[in-house]
Write a protein that binds this ligand. Structure first.
Ligand code: CTP
Ligand code: CA
Length: 226
């Protein structure tokens, strides 16, 4: 069925989209974070709603109006994102990890604001965060159940396609959307260009255009795998 030219190919499907970027607190006023506006994630949510899906967005520090028709769960840190994504993914048909996840968090969080002192500043010791996408893939492989389609996003500055292929295999996802970042590309902009790599070896280039075009290309590939 088609509604105003939009395919309703996700009708009856439950999808989860993570959006934005996680923040890891250093002290009450500072954090380690990622440059991600949440535009691509919210675009994925809106376009999935338009195609008939029941959509849960896990929003990490997104300062945008809620995507109409989607359930929005707000999180700040990677630990919170992980809990929310894993819980929403239970019984979901597809999970798209568009969020930029902080790879590291400070080992210790100061309860009071760190003050300037004379001399050398104290180093911030970091610990590695769990990899949510890899965990989704590994759980599905181990348990033989889970979302039918798992999609990752990767922003790369160099060796974009080779790094993307590597990441797709490493994380056990079905599709990986890889785009080149740097020099004013992608972040906070309304348009995006990307290559969507499939686990079966196929790849689809989506030329520079509105983020909704990239979202629709992702959902078409997801829908074909459901
Ligand atoms: N991701 C995740 N959990 C993490 C890090 C990343 O779920 N701790 C997900 C992102 O949401 C994205 C994909 O993995 O969908 C790729 O993220 P990226 O940062 O490119 O991958 P990394 O494995 O962290 O590699 P890099 O060293 O390039 O940062
Ligand atoms: Ca990373």
């Amino acid at each position: 069925a088609v509604l105003r030219g939009v395919p309703r190919d996700l009708a009856g499907r439950r999808v989860v989209v993570s959006a934005g970027g996680t923040r890891e607190a250093i002290d009450p006023v500072r954090f380690i974070g990622n440059r991600s506006s949440g535009l691509q994630g919210y675009s994925l949510a809106r376009t999935a709603v338009a195609r008939g899906a029941e959509v849960t967005v896990i929003a990490a520090n997104v300062a945008l109006p809620d995507p109409a028709g989607a359930k929005v769960v707000r999180v700040e840190s990677t630990a919170e994102l992980r809990e929310a994504v894993l819980s929403a993914s239970d019984g979901a048909d597809a999970v798209v990890m568009a969020a930029a996840v902080a790879d590291f968090r400070p080992v210790a969080r100061s309860d009071s604001k760190i003050k300037k002192t004379s001399g050398e500043p104290e180093p911030i010791h970091l610990a590695e965060n769990p990899d949510i996408l890899a965990e989704l893939g590994a759980r599905r492989a181990a348990e033989g159940q889970g979302p039918s389609v798992i999609v990752g996003f990767a922003a790369e500055t160099d060796n974009v396609l080779a790094n993307g292929r590597d990441k797709l295999a490493r994380k056990g996802c079905d599709l990986l959307v890889v785009n080149q970042v740097g020099e004013g590309l992608a972040f906070g902009r309304p348009d995006n260009a990307a290559t969507i790599l499939s686990a079966d070896g196929a790849s689809a280039y989506v030329p520079l255009g509105p983020k909704d075009d990239l979202s629709d290309a992702v959902w078409s590939l997801v829908s074909a795998r459901l």
